[in-house]
Design a protein around this ligand. Structure first.
Ligand code: SF4
Length: 251
């Protein structure tokens, strides 16, 4: 039976989703979380099932211009068969594959990594992994932090190229939380990993529930990142910031 994919659209060419690579981004719809600051909330409801071939046709339009395909969402690991089919198709064309995930499905991630179809995982660490209360406040779902912790452990065991991402807003996830996250990921035993602190953007948040004043400026983010770097004594983690104005920068 042909595979149906709950599909959210594509960005045909991106140089910001995977640093150093020209990528096509494929969005899969649906997510088990309901983050209060979700920038992709239009992908959470209203399914849009298409044949897998439709996505393959989109990829073929871009094959000559890209090095990689990034599968994003929503939460892509809700549809492991879709990831597998897309990744197999992409690998046959000698392109790299990455998946952006919220870490909610550690067992699925583990099974997929064993198939050797994914080159890189971008994992959201939305709050300290020891803080289920804050995780629940952010995602509206209980028990998420433990799952993300397990996904991080799975990725470390598999040795997959890993990038961790935290979106920050003042009065929600800020200086103290980022320090704790940095310490936790260093202690988790990552071998060689980037940690990106991403400027949360109130204008992209549904119903503007986060005030404009809660956005960190670039200078504030630099300070926050430097503080986390020193407080956590990072050795194996490279820290970066991502802002609207300047994109990604090493700190
Ligand atoms: S995990 Fe990502 S896509 Fe899902 S609700 Fe949260 S921010 Fe939105």
């Amino acid at each position: 039976m042909p595979l149906k994919v709950n599909f959210g659209g594509t960005v045909p060419f991106s140089t910001i989703d995977w640093r150093g690579k020209a990528s096509m981004v494929i969005f899969l719809r649906g997510c088990p979380l309901r983050c209060i600051y979700c920038h992709n909330y239009k992908l959470l409801e209203d399914p849009n099932y298409v044949e897998q071939e439709e996505i393959e046709a989109e990829i073929l339009k871009n094959v000559g211009f890209i090095d990689a395909v990034v599968i994003s969402g929503g939460e892509p690991f809700m549809q492991p068969h879709a990831i597998e089919a897309i990744a197999e198709f992409v690998k046959k064309r000698s392109l790299f594959v990455a998946v952006q995930t919220n870490g909610f499905y550690p067992a699925v991630v583990e099974a997929m990594l064993k198939k050797n179809l994914i080159n890189k995982i971008f994992l959201d660490v939305k709050a300290p992994l020891s803080d289920e209360t804050l995780y629940e406040k952010l995602t509206k779902v209980a028990g998420v932090a433990e799952r993300v912790k397990n996904t991080l452990a799975v990725c470390i065991r598999a040795g997959v190229d890993l990038e961790l991402v935290t979106t920050v807003f003042k009065n929600l996830v800020g200086t103290e939380e980022v320090k704790r996250i940095a310490k936790e990921i260093e202690e988790a035993g990552v071998a060689n990993c980037s940690y990106v602190i991403q400027q949360g953007r109130p204008e992209l948040v549904p119903e503007r529930v986060i005030a404009d004043e809660d956005e960190f400026s670039r200078e504030e983010l630099k300070e926050l990142a430097a503080g986390a770097y020193h407080a956590a004594g990072l050795k194996k983690v490279r820290i970066r910031i991502r802002t609207r104005e300047h994109g990604e920068e090493a700190v």
